[in-house]
Design a protein around this ligand. Structure first.
Ligand code: NAD
Length: 479
């Protein structure tokens, strides 16, 4: 039978321990794999490579197309970019699949009937990582939601539901506030849901959706959402199923796929032989399914279920009265190996279908909309406090284009602002033309040139457009 070469990275923190445990299980189960090891993460950063990955490692992943990765440490705040995010985006791994189910009564959870799959968009949203400091007081992060990105992940969620005989797909967004970005994701969800009449669908505002999911997860089945919400919500679902150490995840793209645990490198327990390797073992099961080795995937999953139902538990899920033995990382892996070939007696044994691959049609760009320029938002660094004074300065500029509004952190402060509104040094000054002005495109640079001459510190501009006659920019709060 064909042996598949895969790329493997042992990662940081608990990474090497849980990877050794996982490889022990894979080898004992007879996985038809050849392993090519690469170094990524902290050691690579510390050697002076700020990307955390070198060319030979990229070559290995791109050639083998299947990557089993232990968690890596990403410095918080300043410093290096997250290598995890770089890998997901560079390899086009658009779908992040995070199944979280409970193993009641063998792993203690408040949610015995939980069986949720979080499908997280993996390439865009605030994870585009485009951030700028613009004034002394204000920093911004661009949230990018795209139609192709939304279509791909939402279609993937419905295809997943159909393939795995799931009944419902729910969408989480915050489009009551982010009407254009989350609004697009939600609109695409409704369009695609209509193509799958056999699958129920519903939509939630993320705050109440997440609250209900944490309280009553059995209400949900497959849940699809933009990147950041998916990151947060899937940690919650993993944790409430028993431990963040239990869940594995698949990052799927059109040609490559990466499999990992959902948790991080857990530096607090690294090197102590305490980490639960289950997340990575279950990720390896997803990987075996992906490459068509369902027989081995089933064998490992069932052995793992045997260990869990016999109460052979790592410290994170060990509970007096429920668990029978507290095992370290290595001993737990050996317990799984000892049960290879057996089926669980109380938990349901798994049976995986052969050759299940989700195919998403290639995105087709629609006919371009009619796009009309309506004005420009000019962002200004200004240290004054009275918006009326700023308005006077701005009204002296180019008369072809009218100052219609000034906002501060999105709240209208001119005309008719409130004294109570707190203002920073970052002002959005909206210039608009009433009935379309064919020369508007030329008026904008004239306006900027005049602002420069008047010593007004313009930090950026955003054009205001209508698409097919619909306004596609936000109003000011209070406008
Ligand atoms: P974490 O998931 O590493 O740890 C959170 C808590 O859960 C800790 O108390 C930890 O001990 C516990 N925990 C995590 N995995 C466990 C396991 N397998 N068994 C038992 N307990 C476990 O989150 P963090 O502390 O916020 O992040 C640590 C580092 O990991 C950071 O640098 C972060 O950027 C990185 N990280 C990497 C990935 C990845 O590689 N995919 C994902 C998330 C975080």
């Amino acid at each position: 039978m064909e042996v598949k070469k895969i790329t493997v990275a042992h990662g940081d923190g608990i990474g090497p321990e849980i990877m050794e445990a996982t490889l022990t299980v894979l080898k004992a189960a007879g996985a038809r794999l050849e392993y090519e090891q690469i170094e990524v993460g902290e050691k690579v950063y510390l050697n002076g490579n700020t990307s955390g990955i070198d060319q030979s490692a990229w070559n290995s992943i791109r050639q083998n197309k299947v990557f089993l990765k232990a968690p890596i440490t990403t410095p918080q705040g300043g410093g290096y970019k997250s290598l995890n995010v770089t890998m997901r985006k560079s390899l086009g791994l658009f779908a992040n699949i995070r199944p979280c189910n409970s193993f009641h009564p063998f792993v203690r959870t408040k949610h015995p009937e939980m069986d949720v799959v979080v499908i997280r968009e993996n390439e865009e949203d605030l994870y585009a990582g485009i951030e700028h400091q613009q004034t002394d007081e204000v920093v911004q992060c661009l949230k990018l939601i795209t139609r192709p990105g939304s279509e791909k992940i939402i279609r993937y969620a419905f295809e997943y539901a159909r393939l795995y005989k799931r009944k419902k797909v729910s969408c989480f967004t915050k489009d009551n506030i982010m009407k254009h970005t989350d609004g697009l994701f939600h609109r695409v969800f409704k369009e695609i849901a209509a193509e799958y009449p056999d699958i129920e669908s519903d939509s939630w505002i993320i705050d109440i959706g997440a609250a209900r999911l944490a309280d009553t997860p059995e209400m949900f089945d497959v849940v699809v959402m933009p990147n950041l919400y998916g990151d947060i919500v899937s940690d919650i679902t993993a944790q409430i199923s028993g431990s963040v150490g239990l869940a594995g995840t698949a990052n799927i793209g059109a040609s490559c796929a990466m499999f990992e645990a959902i948790h991080g490198s857990a530096p607090d327990i690294a090197g102590k032989d305490m980490a639960n390797p289950s997340g990575l073992i279950r990720a390896a099961v997803m990987m075996l399914n992906h490459i068509g080795q369902q027989d081995v995937a089933e064998k490992i999953n069932n052995a793992w279920l045997c260990a869990i139902e016999k109460g052979l538990h790592t410290p994170d899920i060990f509970k007096e009265g429920v668990s029978t033995q507290k095992l370290g990382t290595r001993a737990f892996a050996e317990a799984v190996v000892a049960h290879l070939g057996q089926k669980p007696e109380k938990l349901s044994a798994v049976e995986f279908d052969k050759d299940v691959q989700i195919q998403i049609p290639i995105y087709q760009r629609a006919k371009a909309a009619s796009k009309k320029l309506k004005g420009v938002d000019v962002f200004v660094d200004w240290k004054g406090s009275d918006a009326n004074e700023l308005a006077v300065l701005l009204q002296r500029l180019n008369r072809d284009i009218r100052l219609s509004m000034i906002t501060n952190r999105g709240v209208k402060v001119w005309p008719n602002g409130f004294e109570e509104t707190f203002c920073t040094d970052h002002w959005r000054c909206r210039f608009e033309v009433e009935n379309g002005n064919p020369a508007l495109r030329e008026s904008i640079p004239i306006l900027l040139r005049e602002a420069l001459n008047a010593n007004i510190d313009v930090i950026k501009t955003e054009n205001l457009y209508e698409f097919d006659g619909e306004r596609r920019y936000s109003l000011g709060q209070g406008q």
